[in-house]
Design a binder for this molecule. Sequence first.
Ligand SMILES: [Zn+2]
Length: 296
Amino acid sequence: MSTVTRIDTNFLRGEFCGVFVVNQNNSFSIVEVGSTLSVPPILSYLEKNKISKESVRNIFITHVHLDHSGGAGLLLKELPNATIYTQAAGVTHIVDPHAKLVPGAVEVYGKEVFDADYPGIIGCDANRVKAMNENDVVDGFKFFEAPGHAFHHGMFFLEELGYLFSGDALGFGFKEMNLCPLLCTSPTQFDSKAWLQTVQKMETLPIKVIQPTHFEPLTDVKGVLESCKRQLVVYENLIQTNDTQEDLKKHYIEAITEELNRYGSKSVEKAYEMIIGDINVAGLWYRVQKRLQKKK
Ligand SMILES: [Zn+2]
């Protein structure tokens, strides 16, 4: 029987960013790599648990945002037999992160934050990064395209355990929010229509556990999918009905307050901080601006 272990990479804070080690008869896969700063914790986990670097065969990455993929090049260098798998459109970014990915991230986070959180990013040998397409299976991990948070987002379903590695596609899982799966609508690719279809597709799978990258495993699968669908309708509505950033933020906070309340979570301010609410508002605001430009 395969086992899944979560490593807390302590990226940005504890219990925020996970990397997952899957043991299948002493052949190992790693799901997500985190930032470059996450690589030392991964390597020390392997060493402590006497897992040889040679026995890691696969690295699965849900999408190229740097808190999920930033350490790819560094980690791949350490693991001689590993191949990276990700969605087809993500491959070039993993191979050559400095072409578009890094400049884009500097723009979103600012140079200072970027240098502190994502230092020393390197590219990958193109022969060791492979694309996965819908329904492709590698060592029991079935791939599903999952656009919505980002168009190049994918999810990996470990069929044997009914374990879905959902990246950022099915919300966060923070204890402090009673596991209310608030969605990350960060810039610039938030697409509620595509995202709804992603969630609906998941309703047909025999999922036992949803494991978001951030952070706790979620077992109320039906509840999570319902919450995601509810939020997507609300966020799209916010985009269509708010013309100023101020209004948008106010109504966004009201919207997440309502969702948090459904989970019995009262600490909205704390939640807003934990999910980096400003980034989510910025993603929605980006879409508002697109709408306003069209009107002109
Ligand atoms: Zn993320």
